[in-house]
Design a protein around this ligand. Sequence first.
Ligand SMILES: Nc1ncnc2c1ncn2[C@@H]1O[C@H](COP(=O)(O)OP(=O)(O)OP(=O)(O)O)[C@@H](O)[C@H]1O
Length: 365
Amino acid sequence: MMLEIDIRHRQGGFELQADLRLGQGLTALFGPSGSGKTTLINAVAGLIRPDHGRIAFSDQSWSDAATGTFLPTHRRRIGYVFQEPRLFPHLSVRANLTYGRHFTPKPERRENLDRVSALLGIDTLLDRAPNRLSGGEKQRVAIARALMTSPKLLLMDEPLSALDVGLKAQILPYIERIRDEAGVPILYVSHAVEEVTRLATRVVTLNQGRAAMADAVEDTLQHLPRLGQSRAGSFLRARVTGHDPENGLTLATGPAGSLFLKQADLPVGTSIRVFVPASDLVLATGETGSLSTLNSLSGRVSAIFESGTTVLVRVDCGGEVLDAEITRRSRATLDLEPGKPVSVLFKAVSVEAGGVYRQAVKPGA
Ligand SMILES: Nc1ncnc2c1ncn2[C@@H]1O[C@H](COP(=O)(O)OP(=O)(O)OP(=O)(O)O)[C@@H](O)[C@H]1O
């Protein structure tokens, strides 16, 4: 399948421009507030009609300003999940799930209640009324309802933003399963770096209405501050090589070197991204002696950015970029300049749980 978008659309003083080809897996739409994420997703859904250009899905034209083609939303066979679950309060979970199915032509009904409710872990909730579900359960039912229509494409517009951190963590694995097992491409709007890191097969960034495909998920996430996100840090690519349960550690290797991580439940061979906060990195020059930090990567300073009272030192470790936030005084003490060899040190506990992300679908798949 291929979703082709080549559109321009003006609304008031704002103009959206997008020229994208998107394949299977989960495409994250990522950008600051007002950058055009919802406008883009609405154009794909058929909720707005672009002034110029075309949108096509697997060779079916959904919208073409030149020929006047505009396929209405219900004929695009799209599943939509919003911030709020929007369940029918008077219907049971089961009836909520089967409701949308009737709108799908019989030969195209791929999904069934058993499979979808197992995928979302809601099989024991089918006879409940929505007002007897928790917030996280409601959103899982809403996602299941969207899947029950056997959609060709699933649009998710900040589906987790109304949930607290604990509930988000509960739902993320289900979205991963849909990405990996349901065979439905997903367009996923999010502001949250944790969600994008963990879920995205590819990232489309939006900046003042301009959509751009990122070369790699990691590249986008390296430059979060430019995208209006404040959380400074870096991502390392690695593969799990083993576990050391006695010491509560998981071992991984990537282009930057060997990594010690707090033990994570990930099979050997799993590709992961490890988020390392800039403020947790320690830089050292010369011999470091004995330290309690398990991770020590060798690199070379590639750039230095002054920012207020602190300094962001960018270090190239085997082609991977690590940003370390240190004080001006530390920079002066270490006499750091671009080109200087340094060791980058961080503790295994700096990258526990939320900092390690499984990525089952290869970028570009
Ligand atoms: N109907 C409209 N008429 C005029 N301007 C609009 C209309 N709808 C949205 N806009 C403007 O278009 C721009 C893009 O809005 P959009 O909702 O797509 O952004 P967004 O990236 O989804 O933002 P957020 O993350 O805050 O939801 C904004 O400047 C917004 O004010």
